[in-house]
Design a protein around this ligand. Structure first.
Ligand code: FAD
Length: 394
């Protein structure tokens, strides 16, 4: 055995890390305050995207993660058996549609830069876009097709990672809140104090999603990660009328925006069960889970502008989740710069499902002293942009 690790948080990030670390020979315990996959990881759409990322570290991580996802479905099946539900991996591709000449120009520039970074981004005329997605509005001006974009069912994917981790020896403790650090006689972090007693380990990984900043603080570390609220609408089931993930060109701007007020941009896609998911909003309002009718109305109105047939469909459900948001919009993967033994895998914002496999791989490489497949420095917890933003907000 190479050492023992406690992972705080059994969402998709913690579960993916538990799978990889236990399969790399570490003795892993994963602890969650609630149920596994019961928080943010069950609130999202499950898109695995390169289309919404401009050139840079996060795009590189996403490209690597997508490569890993392509082989994960059969690998997971061999690890946990065929009776486990499918993660519903589907390489459906994404289409970004521009609604006027200005959006077309901005989208073309963005896609040019992505192509230079190795993304398959194919320009579409309005007619070509409507040929691929016949329900797109006649008002669209152009589009870009991203054949690499894919989708999974996020809750099943998180549970599949956890089942694989269990099969490799991981202990899973649910309904167990981590409340403080366990400190040894030398003053070093030696595990965690929980609502069910003390747990000792060589290392502790905080994978607590939007609560990661709070958990880091409780354990004596510093991490600038908090919640960014997002709503989704779900329609009743229908025969398949949407074949790709479809979104408007505003979406890319909203993902990286620092605006704390309500922002909405359209993301529409069908699921294997026949429902259509319509997103989404972004709002920095802490953990306020209240229903915001104005936000839902805005999401619905924008979706109808992109795909007018949606006006005739009924919404059966609306819900919100909290994206784990790092102040510079880049995930945080690596050791706390000041607390030996404390590690982070957090801050994945609206991309944690997509980035989970590469995050787990990077964390394992760093913990085992190996060189990661994707450069880890831009994700380091002690990086300058995070430290600067922390200094500004405290
Ligand atoms: C509306 C919406 C749409 C999204 N769409 C997508 C998408 O299409 N594609 C994509 O890739 N991502 C998407 N995301 C983002 C994605 O869901 C997240 O990035 C991802 O789920 C984060 O996973 P996590 O494991 O870090 O956090 P979580 O799933 O929140 O897990 C963290 C866990 O930590 C536990 N925890 C917290 N505090 C403690 C404590 N003190 N002790 C013990 N346990 C604790 C919590 O109970 C929780 O279970 C979306 C998010 C939202 C809100």
């Amino acid at each position: 055995m190479k050492g023992s690790v406690i992972i705080v948080g059994a969402g998709i990030i913690g579960a993916a890390c538990a799978r990889t670390l236990s399969r790399r020979g570490l003795d892993v315990t994963i602890v969650d305050a609630g149920a596994s996959a019961g928080a943010t990881s069950s609130s999202g759409e499950g898109n695995l995207l390169v289309s919404d990322k401009g050139p840079g570290a996060e795009l590189e991580l996403a490209q690597h993660s997508l490569r890993l996802w392509r082989t994960l479905a059969p690998t997971l099946e061999s690890e946990i058996g065929r009776d486990f539900p499918s993660v519903e991996f589907e390489r459906k591709g994404g289409i970004v549609a521009a609604l006027d000449a200005q959006q077309s120009q901005a989208l073309d520039l963005f896609a040019d830069a992505q192509r230079r970074a190795g993304v398959d981004a194919q320009r579409l005329s309005a007619d070509e876009a409507r040929y691929l997605e016949p329900e797109l509005s006649p008002a669209i001006s152009s589009g870009v097709y991203y054949p690499e974009d894919a989708q999974v069912q996020p809750t099943i994917a998180a549970e599949a990672f956890l089942a694989s981790a269990r099969a490799a020896g991981t202990r899973v403790l649910v309904n167990t809140v981590v409340t403080g650090p366990l400190i040894d006689a030398d003053g070093k972090l030696a595990g965690v104090v929980t609502s069910s007693g003390n747990l000792a380990a060589d290392d502790v990984v905080v994978a607590a999603g939007p609560w990661a900043g709070e958990v880091a603080q409780v354990l004596g570390g510093t991490l600038s990660v908090g919640p960014r609220k997002g709503f989704l609408l779900v329609t009743s089931r229908m025969p398949r009328r949407i074949f790709h993930k479809v979104y408007d060109a505003d979406y890319v701007g909203a993902v990286g925006s620092d605006n704390h007020d309500l922002q909405t941009s359209t993301v529409i896609e069908s699921t294997a069960s026949g429902t259509v998911l319509i997103g989404s909003s972004r709002q920095n309002v802490g953990f306020d889970s209240g229903l915001d009718v104005a936000a839902l109305r805005k999401i619905a109105a924008k979706a109808v502008r992109l795909m007018p047939f949606l006006l005739e469909t009924s919404v059966i459900r609306a819900y919100c989740g909290f994206r784990p948001f790092a102040r510079d919009h880049v995930p945080v993967i690596g050791p706390d710069p000041a607390v030996p033994g404390l590690w982070y895998a957090a801050g994945h914002e609206g991309a944690g499902i997509g980035l989970a496999p590469a995050t787990a791989e990077m964390l394992a490489s760093l913990m085992l002293g190996e060189s990661p497949a994707v450069a880890a420095a831009p994700f380091a917890p002690g990086r300058a942009p995070l430290a600067d933003s922390l200094a500004r907000t405290t």
